[in-house]
Design a protein around this ligand. Sequence first.
Ligand SMILES: CCCCC/C=C\C/C=C\C/C=C\C/C=C/CCCC(=O)SCCNC(=O)CCNC(=O)[C@H](O)C(C)(C)COP(=O)(O)OP(=O)(O)OC[C@H]1O[C@@H](n2cnc3c(N)ncnc32)[C@H](O)[C@@H]1OP(=O)(O)O
Length: 211
Amino acid sequence: MTTDLASTEDADAALAALAALTQRARDLVDAVVLTDVPDSELTAVAAELAALTERLSARRRTSPQPFEIGPDGVPRHAGNAVTGSANPHALPLVARTAPDGTVRAELSFRPTHEGPPAAVHGGISAMILDHMLGHAVAMAGVAGMTATLTVRYLRRVPYGEPLVATAEYTRSEGRKSWSEGRIALPDGTPLVEATGLFITPREWAQNRLPG
Ligand SMILES: CCCCC/C=C\C/C=C\C/C=C\C/C=C/CCCC(=O)SCCNC(=O)CCNC(=O)[C@H](O)C(C)(C)COP(=O)(O)OP(=O)(O)OC[C@H]1O[C@@H](n2cnc3c(N)ncnc32)[C@H](O)[C@@H]1OP(=O)(O)O
């Protein structure tokens, strides 16, 4: 088994293996957050984890898996902190764009995302909305960096329950574009709303996308 993603022939298999490892790492984080085993067991597991970390570090990249446009024309970014299949920090969020340009993702937070007791941290909700709003402007053909993000927290965001995030591009003026979105209960009750200004850096506007 190789982890050398430079070889296109092995890239898909390596990415699948990395995604499987990443999911194990998420499961591990969840187990750490919720564990109630005795101290002696915590110490033993910590020693095993140190050994595993050393094995993974035998070969290290200098940055996460890159942003790329897949063979299907769909952008993917395995290393992304929100969507990345190869990033344990990612939910991962799977955002889909409808023909009308609306971006939609079904998601469920976990106890590891707790901020206030029994609720999701507001910064985590903002991160998801930042991504959703950024995705909406990107799908409108005006990808940009977040310049401002205004978040309104309407109701406590639960974890462990199915939720829906949606976002729409609203308008552009030159290199500035705006979008809006929300995280809601499946019945449409909004929990958090956001509006954002995204600015297309000069070099992207000249068709030099990042990556
Ligand atoms: C990361 C996206 C990759 C996209 C790739 C393409 C396709 C992808 C397809 C799907 C991808 C799916 C989702 C993508 C989702 C992304 C969401 C996450 C995005 C982030 O998580 S991203 C990290 C946080 N973000 C930053 O790290 C920004 C740091 N910053 C800068 O990189 C620069 O600062 C920049 C570029 C913002 C501006 O730089 P600049 O040099 O182009 O701007 P300049 O000074 O020329 O200003 C031009 C006019 O904007 C006004 N202006 C400037 N800044 C403003 C501000 N902050 N607020 C209000 N107005 C502002 C000026 O006042 C002027 O206005 P006016 O023309 O009216 O005078």
